[in-house]
Design a protein around this ligand. Structure first.
Ligand SMILES: [Mg+2]
Length: 387
């Protein structure tokens, strides 16, 4: 079996802003359809943008991959076309790890050990696993050594609302559907964040499990102040309170708090995790399979496992191949904490891929479908392909 063709599908689907609670914006129009939110520091998209790849073998097997490409997916597509596809055509998809590492190495002199180039690697890596799974008639988790559980516990990410009372209502609705773990997007200020979580505890009691995403908003002192309050409120983890470049400060933060500190969503290689594991600069790792790919993602998970660090795979904006790859990896993760569930993203994904992988009763559920277990609805994909 040889790789015969590689075709990218950058998509832009209007009317589906990525929704993590950042519903206010500034500088509208300055970056086209991209926006800056009022509180956070990154650009966000007002459309559902992503990048899919279709890799076809000489015996007719088609694999699909996806990277987390919420902005400029067409740039990553060009990297695939010009820098990665030439190294994959004619090769055996079973060699996915060697192929990934050789592509990575070809950019060593160029300094492309992160960012969009690694996203392009992840994209193709995921598609190769889909192909090999389909060739064997097995789901991808079987290629990774099997599933530790058929049910993968997840948390609801975001729960956007304009007030504590409204958010509490949304959480009650989720609880009625069997979900009781929630990631709350904060980073509004020390007093505001503490008051927000005190308010939710008052509204809903001690039962819900809360994870807090701080979106890199604080310095060390403020992170410790918020963290001490969150310990009293029995918060399960605090994600990215500070700039993640500051390894030494994360070491101090982890030492100062019993509250678990998590990070990792923006890292594209195992080396970024290794230096933080060695520095005791994280308590829970959040590898993002849409940025690492499956090969590198499993390496990260193994590193974490050896250091007794639980993994909570991060899942951001994207469609079904990205979410399905994350699910397959989570199933094969012995040290799994929780998998992220993005309801707004899965809702869009279900319009473009089949069958649905939407979780039920607080967990994703594995199937025996080969590869990633999802197939595109091509008319829908073609309709939103960027020029
Ligand atoms: Mg985050």
């Amino acid at each position: 079996m040889r790789i015969e063709s590689i075709e990218c599908y950058p998509l832009s689907i209007p009317g589906h802003p990525y929704c993590g609670g950042h519903d206010t914006r500034k500088n509208a129009g300055q970056y086209g359809s991209y926006i800056e939110s009022q509180h956070y520091r990154a650009l966000y998209t007002m459309e559902a943008q992503t990048l899919l790849v279709k890799i076809t073998t000489d015996d007719g097997i088609v694999g699909w991959g996806e990277t987390q490409a919420a902005i400029v997916p067409q740039i990553i597509a060009q990297l695939v076309d010009e820098l990665i596809a030439p190294g994959l055509i004619g090769e055996d998809p079973h060699d996915y790890a060697v192929l990934r590492d050789r592509c990575y190495d070809r950019m060593r002199d160029r300094g492309h050990d992160g960012g969009h180039f690694c996203d392009a690697l992840a994209l193709c890596d995921i598609a190769l696993y889909d192909i090999v799974g389909k060739a064997l008639g097995k789901p991808v988790h079987k290629l990774l050594g099997g599933a530790y559980s058929q049910e993968i516990p997840c948390y609801v990410s975001g729960v956007p609302a304009v007030s504590v009372a409204e958010q509490a209502d949304h959480i009650r609705e989720w609880q009625q559907k069997g979900f009781n773990r929630f990631k709350i997007s904060l980073g509004y200020g020390v007093k505001q964040d503490i008051a927000h979580m005190e308010g939710l505890r008052k509204e809903l009691g001690d039962d819900p499990v809360y994870l807090i995403d701080q979106h890199w908003c604080y310095n060390l002192n403020d992170s410790i102040r918020i963290g001490r309050a969150f310990e009293r409120l029995d918060i399960a983890l605090m994600e990215c309170p500070m700039d993640s470049e500051n390894v030494a400060q994360y070491s101090e933060l982890c030492a100062a708090l019993d509250l678990p500190i998590s990070l990792g969503e923006e890292f594209r290689t195992r080396f970024r995790f290794k230096e933080r594991i060695e520095a005791n600069a994280l308590d829970i790792a959040q590898p993002d399979i849409g940025r690492l790919g499956i090969t590198e993602g499993m390496r990260v998970i193994t590193l974490c496992n050896a250091a007794s660090i639980p993994c909570a795979p991060h899942v951001g904006s994207g469609l079904a191949p990205y979410a399905a790859a994350s699910l397959q990896v989570a199933a094969a993760t012995e040290n799994l904490f929780l998998l992220e569930y993005q309801p707004t993203q899965i809702t869009v994904a279900d319009e473009y891929f089949t069958p649905s992988i939407c979780p039920r009763d607080g967990s994703f559920h594995l199937t025996d479908l080969p590869g990633l277990g999802v197939e595109p609805i091509m008319e829908k994909i073609e309709a939103h392909r960027m020029a």
